[in-house]
Design a protein around this ligand. Structure first.
Ligand SMILES: [Zn+2]
Length: 242
């Protein structure tokens, strides 16, 4: 079987047979890959805990007809141990892993931007100098954009006229002007709309100035936007305190 190397973040694992696991990975060069790790559930496994969710690993894989097989794994960044002690950061990180798996739908279809966003987001989550909710919201808006669902927070999402606008509607792709406003649109505070734009742009000095109420309102709108575009809400999002 031909071998290949790649780096990856472990998104999810599930049991296979007596001692094996199927590992779902987001790789740098091969997009989403599902691969078998043989004997990984034995205490004597040569993989140790390197193939647990969150771990950023350097891998060698053998190309298989159905699933590839992991033949070597070295830890690059142990995100799980960096996040494990902080419930809020850990649960926010879980939403990031689940979102990445949902948004990268094709196996072996390169998704390097998604990979880089996830590694960058997990790194920011682990560093701890930014609020976990804001790191998560910024990651969600940016990964939705990469997936083709870029929200508009300045121009009207429907007619394109320049804002700022008052009305938010996830199904229309963001803010709407008064002419395009649809029934059921939310009317967030101006500061919230400004924060959403900053989260999307990664403008952290602006994000840092937002108060608790503004952050909370923005998180609610990000969750609504994500739920609309990822069909049903993410299971893990229910555990994040907002
Ligand atoms: Zn409009």
């Amino acid at each position: 079987m031909p071998l290949y190397r790649d780096e990856a973040v472990v998104l999810r694992t599930h049991k296979l047979g007596e001692a094996d696991r199927i590992i779902t990975l987001l790789t740098r060069q091969h997009g989403r890959v599902r691969a078998v790790a043989r004997g990984v559930r034995r205490t004597t496994s040569r993989f140790g805990s390197r193939l647990e969710p969150f771990t950023h690993v350097d891998l060698q894989l053998a190309d298989g007809r159905n699933l590839d097989t992991i033949t070597q794994a070295e830890t690059l960044t142990p995100f799980a141990s960096g996040l494990g002690a902080d419930y809020e950061r850990y649960t926010a990180g879980t939403v990031m892993l689940e979102t990445a798996e949902r948004l990268v739908t094709e196996e072996k279809d390169p998704a390097t931007q998604h990979f880089l966003l996830l590694v960058g987001g997990l790194r920011a989550m682990m560093a701890g100098d930014k609020g976990p909710g804001q790191v998560l919201d910024s990651y969600l808006l940016r990964s939705l954009s990469v997936a083709g669902y870029a929200p508009s927070f300045d121009h009207c999402a429907r007619c394109g006229v320049e804002g700022p606008h008052r009305w938010f509607n996830p199904s229309m792709g963001g803010m709407l002007c008064s002419t395009c406003r649809l029934p059921g649109s939310a009317g967030p505070a101006a500061a919230t709309v400004e924060l959403l734009g900053a989260l999307l742009a990664g403008d952290w000095p602006v994000v840092a100035q937002a108060d608790q109420r503004t952050r909370k309102e923005a998180s609610g709108l990000v969750a609504a936007y994500l739920a609309w575009h990822v069909e049903r809400g993410l299971r893990s999002l229910a555990y994040v305190e907002r």
